[in-house]
Design a protein around this ligand. Structure first.
Ligand SMILES: Cc1cc2nc3c(=O)[nH]c(=O)nc-3n(C[C@H](O)[C@H](O)[C@H](O)COP(=O)(O)OP(=O)(O)OC[C@H]3O[C@@H](n4cnc5c(N)ncnc54)[C@H](O)[C@@H]3O)c2cc1C
Length: 312
């Protein structure tokens, strides 16, 4: 299939993902729901924490660390934000009790970023302090550019009190001030960036972005930071390994979204690198799944053929 057709599919999927009517129709249609979930299962940890734990155990046995996110959409009320917080606390307890080699990841919007400052601050504080007591690391995801300042504000506030909190940075941003992050103790996860931002804000995929990505990784390593390289771009990963001084290798880990390229994670593990798999679980997998399909339309073709053979 040619490149234009693939990007048309990608655009269509992005629009479809945002359409609430389509989402409601699919999720309330028993057969469609089942078919879609069947496709999504390759990319998610499961619909329940129990299912996800089984997948984490399997990955841990392969020497792959994990990070687990209870997926959900933006919460608009204190009640919803509290419910999500309670689930994250349960997730941390489960990781500790079952001795899993896993951190947790979360979007601040899921635990009340848009509700109020006190709501997000209290919820995040509860999660990070419970994680600290249980020796679990908390990684904050980065959201769209509009929310970035608020996300960073909350991160800085907690990172000054707790060492077990890390932040995700999007390399596609043209202007980003690393000064404060570089001097805080937590891990930094570097990703290309997933949102459609205007050109004035972010680079598109290509050489400028790749160069900036490599530059940020080098800078973080030279500041003694622990770095998680969150990309599936094999060429970039290999360039990074080549460029970075071997004395920094123990501070690097390679992290991928679940189901995208486990074989590469295993290969990197065999070459002596630390590797991590990012899994989500929960009932709200629809948007996440559509985004993954749109990110790489070949996923859509594959999912479509899996669906075609699905017998329910
Ligand atoms: C662990 C982790 C955490 C992340 N957290 C955030 C976050 O907090 N905020 C944020 O904005 N973004 C986040 N992202 C998403 C990230 O910004 C990118 O959108 C995403 O990783 C795709 O970019 P890429 O680096 O893989 O490179 P791309 O240039 O997009 O892709 C390079 C190649 O990788 C392969 N590939 C990429 N994606 C897929 C896929 N889904 N399925 C199959 N193959 C694929 C394809 O072969 C593609 O040609 C995260 C990604 C990872 C891995």
């Amino acid at each position: 299939m040619d490149h234009t057709a693939l990007s048309t599919i990608s655009e269509a999927l992005k629009h479809l993902a945002k359409n609430q009517k389509v989402k409601d129709y699919i999720l309330n249609h028993p057969k469609l729901y089942k078919v879609l979930l069947h496709g999504a299962r390759k990319l998610i940890g499961g619909e329940t924490l129990q299912e996800c734990v089984l997948e984490v155990i399997r990955l841990n046995h392969l020497g792959i660390h994990t990070t687990v996110d209870f997926c959900g959409e933006n919460t608009n009320s204190e009640k919803q934000a509290h419910q999500a917080t309670v689930e994250f606390l349960k997730l941390i307890t489960t990781i500790a009790q079952q001795g899993l080699n896993s951190s947790i990841s979360l979007d601040l919007s899921h635990i009340g970023l848009s509700v109020s400052d006190s709501c997000i601050e209290n919820n995040l504080n509860q999660i990070v302090s419970h994680a600290k007591k249980n020796n679990v690391e908390v990684m904050i995801s980065m959201e769209d550019f509009e929310k970035m300042e608020k996300v960073l504000e909350q991160y800085f506030h907690q990172a000054k009190k707790f060492e077990n909190i890390g932040i995700t940075v999007q390399a596609y941003l043209r202007h980003f001030d690393f000064e404060e992050i570089m001097h805080l103790p937590g891990k930094i996860r570097i990703v290309k960036g997933a949102f459609e931002e205007p050109e004035s804000v972010a680079f598109g995929r290509g050489e400028s972005l790749d160069n900036q990505y490599l530059r940020i990784v080098q800078m973080a390593l030279q500041h003694g930071k622990k770095v998680s390289v969150g990309t599936h771009d094999i060429r970039l990963i290999e360039q990074m390994i080549e460029l970075s001084d071997t004395k920094f290798h123990e501070n690097i880990e390679f992290e991928m979204l679940h189901g995208v390229n486990e074989a590469k994670l295993i290969e990197l593990k065999q070459r002596g690198f630390q590797v991590r798999d990012y899994l989500i679980y929960g009932k709200e997998w629809y948007l996440y799944y559509c985004h993954r399909l749109a990110e790489n339309p070949m996923n859509f073709i594959e999912a479509f053929s899996r669906m075609a053979y699905f017998e329910g």
